[in-house]
Design a protein around this ligand. Structure first.
Ligand SMILES: [Zn+2]
Length: 282
């Protein structure tokens, strides 16, 4: 037991060093520097190489991956047009998912699951708590996430892929922000200078603002707790919720839905948003 304890402590130290290193690296990121200096979202983004060409010109992005910032395509995918949704929709209620499938059937090419899915873990714990029975053959949260994504792909008429840990872009949750993409056209891979981020395109896929706010809170919660940068987020260095809206009303509605969460963070969460015109494309 003593040996195990030492090993765990060591791992904890190594993990914290990794978090420190990743944090320092992201502190120099041009978007973080600009936002921390209150230079304005649009102005700062427009200075980043590739941003002006980062919105798909027609239709929506069609490779659905978890919002998780460590998941950014895999070797099987020739393109990296990630459309982010937590657990590919595993946190939807059944009626929300029915609506989602109805609105998006036939629009997506690929739906994915991935190793160590946090959204899957939340859903798994919730089902156990409510005494709901797990699907046949499912014993772990990752198996549940895979079961769900496979089913979701079939419902949407898309191919299913699973992304393995070896394909992750980072070992730890190093996200500095969540980008809420109300256009479902924002291709983050076009902008190499973006910091590590969660992406949620639920708003752009016609999902209700209440869910979009709930999902953003779950994702921010990962970063603000000990799975992420945790207490490194402060008033001076907040976690950013960035909103790309298709109009002023969408921006205002979502901002209102997130107000209580922002206030409860005591300055550790900051919301910034902009309206993206339908002409902004590549
Ligand atoms: Zn996930």
């Amino acid at each position: 037991m003593a040996e195990l304890k030492i090993e765990n402590n060591l791992r904890h130290d190594i993990r914290q060093e990794l978090f420190d290193r990743e944090w320092e690296e992201s502190q120099a990121n041009p978007l973080i520097v600009g936002l921390n200096a209150s230079e304005g979202l649009r102005d700062t983004l427009e200075e980043l190489s590739g941003f002006s060409k980062s919105f798909k010109s027609s239709g929506i992005l069609d490779i659905m991956e978890c919002s998780d910032g460590r998941v950014n395509g895999d070797s099987m995918l020739s393109q990296n047009e990630k459309l982010g949704l937590a657990g590919s929709g595993i946190l939807f209620s059944s009626s929300e998912n029915e609506e989602f499938v109805k609105n998006n059937k036939g629009k997506l090419k690929i739906v994915t699951s991935h190793d160590e899915c946090g959204a899957g873990a939340i859903k798994f714990a919730d089902m156990l708590k409510k005494g709901e029975s797990l699907p046949e053959g499912v014993r772990t949260s990752d198996e549940l996430a895979q079961y769900f994504a496979k089913k979701q792909a079939a419902l949407l008429g898309a191919e299913y892929h699973h992304l393995e840990k070896k394909d992750f872009s980072a070992e730890i949750h190093n996200e500095r922000m969540v980008i809420i993409d109300g256009t479902a056209r924002f291709n983050a891979h076009q902008v190499p200078d973006l910091p590590p981020r969660f992406i949620s395109a639920a708003l752009g896929l016609g999902v209700e603002v209440d869910y979009v706010a709930r999902e953003a809170e779950v994702l921010a919660g990962i970063s603000l707790g000990d799975h992420g940068f945790d207490s490194r987020f402060t008033v001076e260095n907040p976690f950013y919720i960035i909103i790309f809206a298709t109009g002023q009303k969408q921006l205002t509605d979502l901002g209102e839905a997130l107000t209580n969460f922002m206030l409860s963070s005591q300055g550790r969460v900051k919301i910034v948003g902009m309206v993206v015109s339908s002409e902004q494309n590549n």
